[in-house]
Structure formats: C-alpha cells, structure tokens
Design a protein around this ligand. Structure first.
Ligand code: GLY
Length: 361
C-alpha cells in the first residue's frame, strides 16, 4: 500500500460529504476555526481507520487486518503495536521518554464497540505492548483498569516478557532534561568551570505528550478503539494521563462512533472529552464539529493563569480524532493551523487536515 500519496489524499477528500464547519465561538472571544472539510467514507465502501499523525503505519496495518475480516479491536491493536515497538517514536511504548526518575511508565486503553466493554493499564513498566495487556484486561478479567505492579504481574501471568524500554536516545534526553532543570542542584551538564548559566538550556518543548490513538470500523460495521502512550515526558512517577481513562483518552459506542485524544492529558481528564465527542455525534454533530466542541469546552474550563497566553487562550495543545458509524472521520485541536491526522480506507492511506480553535503562534 502506498504511503500517504498526496494525489490520493485529494481524491480522498473529494469523496467526502461537504460538511464544512462554520466559525466556532466562545463567549466574546473571537475564535479562528480552520476552514476544513472532514473526510468521509461511507460504511458501504468498507472498513475505515483513523489515527493520530504518528499512526500512518498503524492505519495501514489495521486496514490490512480489517480486510482479512478481523474484528476492529484486533485491527487497531495490531496497528498501534507497530508504534509501540518503534524506538523512534519517543511518545509511545519502547523508546518512550521516561518519567522524572528515568523509568518508562506506559498507559493504554481499549474499547470494544459490539460488547461495550473496556480494558486499560496505567503506569505499567517493562512491558513493550501495553495495548495488548489492556485488551487482555478487557477479555480475561472482570475489571476495567489495572495499574503499576498489578498490571505488570497480570502481563507476566499472560506470558509477556519484562524488557528494558529505555533506549539510549530516550535516556540521553532524560539526562539532558535533568541536568538542565536547575542551576541549584548537584546535576551538571557539560560546562566550563566559570559558566553560571546552567539551567538556561532547559527546553520546555522537550516535555512532549505524544501518544497514538486509533479507531476503526470493521467489515461487519463494528467499531473499536485504542490509545497507548508513554505519557508526559519526565512526569512525576505514578502520574496517569488521559490515555488509559475511559471517556477521556478514548470512547466508543457501536451505534454512534468513537473518539480519542493526544496532547495535554490533564486538560482532557478534567473534561471527559472523548465521551463528550461521542455524545455530540449522537446528537448530530459531524466528527469534526464534535472534536471542535471538545476543544471549546477545554478552553472554557482552562482557568490556571500559567496555562493561558496573554490573550487568555490555552497555551497548550490537545488533539481529538473521531469516527462516526457512517464512516466519516474528523479531527480538531486547540492550537493548530497545519496539522493532520492519518486515515485509511480500502483505497489507501491518507493524511487529512485537522480543524483548530486557535492558530498556533
Ligand atoms: N495524552 C497523553 C498524556 O497526557 O499522557
């Protein structure tokens, strides 16, 4: 399957229902909304997959699995496994950036539309495929969420090996962060003896959220979702993000559609945004409209001064991805202007523009 061919993407967009989105408003603050048309593929045309931008390989793999007649949950998990094992993606699985202590702690969740069941793991260590463990929580326990040591022991019980997930690249990033965190502690980056600017090299952008979300409709018209992540880089040990929380990092209703997120998990956790998006689609929103609504809700609820820019807008990003039962896909982010998500149907895989609430600076 060709990798995100640009001409095919145009074809993909051409097949869409023309459900353009008008200007979203929030109170009196002017909002810029990307003039985007969400991509759409009717269910009659076969399976559909949507993922975050880092999931181009994942949507292609998921589509292959779907075309063999597999269940949507098997397909999306097979898709994100490629990213979980990729050392070059520093936001997911193996190679993910560690917590403040240098330990890679992973979060993942799955939701299965036909059975309306969910499974998740949080703060799991040394297990390369947390999405597979989340699926086993769904299939082989009466619980929904396992955390930390218990999640790891459950994975070992099911035959998962313990592996070192900290790559050299991730370790070096962590050391750089730690050594430049302050000029008042005892960790020092390479420097001249008379250099008093230690700490100035600290780069906020290193603290990424990353993550991959993937949802799909299978040949039977059933919908499932997965979200998996190493979470916020250099987080406080034990921190759980939105990804493994059902209703926040993902939500799926077989009759309506599915949604998932990447970005600042704390903002999503306080707004249950994936659940909100699915409910907005149930009420008639397109996937893109529903994602924009969730962005607005987060913006409305952001009150901490250090999270706002000088215009009073959220100074962070959260991205949402949604798929409805008719096969339409859409995405939106709080701060954007040039972002895309990955999608696939029987014709190929594509990058699709995302709507946004505020233009990125
Ligand atoms: N959205 C991923 C996280 O905040 O952990």
């Amino acid at each position: 399957m060709a990798k995100h061919p640009t001409n095919s993407r145009r074809q993909f967009l051409k097949t869409t229902a023309a459900a353009s989105v008008g200007a979203a408003t929030l109170g009196s603050a002017p909002r810029v909304v990307g003039a985007r048309t969400p991509a759409s593929i009717k269910r009659a045309n076969g399976p559909v997959v949507i993922s975050s931008r880092n999931g181009m390989n994942a949507v292609e793999r998921a589509m292959e699995v779907l075309q063999s007649g597999a269940d949507a949950l098997d397909a999306v998990v097979a898709g994100v496994n490629l990213v979980e094992e990729d050392p070059n993606d520093t936001s997911v699985g193996y190679g993910g950036l560690p917590n403040a202590d240098g330990v890679v702690q992973l979060d993942a969740a799955v939701m299965h539309g036909p059975t309306a069941r969910a499974g998740s793991v949080a703060c799991i260590e040394q297990i390369k495929y947390p999405s597979k463990v989340a699926k086993l929580v769904l299939e082989r326990t009466d619980h929904v969420n396992l955390v930390g040591k218990g999640a790891q022991e459950f994975a070992i019980m099911h035959g998962f090996p313990l592996e070192n997930l900290l790559t050299e690249r991730a370790r070096e990033r962590w050391v750089r962060w730690r050594e430049n965190l302050s000029n008042r502690d005892d960790y020092l980056p390479p420097h001249e003896a008379d250099d008093d600017s230690i700490g100035a090299d600290y780069i906020e952008q290193q603290r990424t959220w990353g993550t991959i979300h993937c949802s799909a409709i299978d040949l039977s018209g059933n919908i499932s979702s997965v979200t998996t992540t190493s979470g916020l880089a250099f987080k406080i040990p034990g921190r759980v993000g939105d990804s493994p929380i059902i209703g926040a990092g993902l939500y799926c209703d077989n009759e309506v559609g599915a949604a998932g997120s990447t970005g600042r998990g704390e903002a999503n956790l306080e707004n249950c945004a994936s659940f909100l998006i699915v409910e907005r689609m149930r009420a008639g929103d397109s996937p893109e409209q529903a994602c924009l609504f969730a962005c607005e809700r987060i913006a409305d609820h952001t009150r901490k001064a250090y999270l706002l820019n000088d215009k009073g807008e959220p100074d962070f990003n959260v991205k949402f991805y949604a798929l409805n039962a008719a096969g339409e896909v859409g995405g939106a982010e709080i701060r954007g202007g040039n972002s895309q998500f990955a999608a696939a149907n029987a014709d190929g895989s594509f990058l699709v523009d995302m709507a946004y609430l505020y233009k990125r600076d």
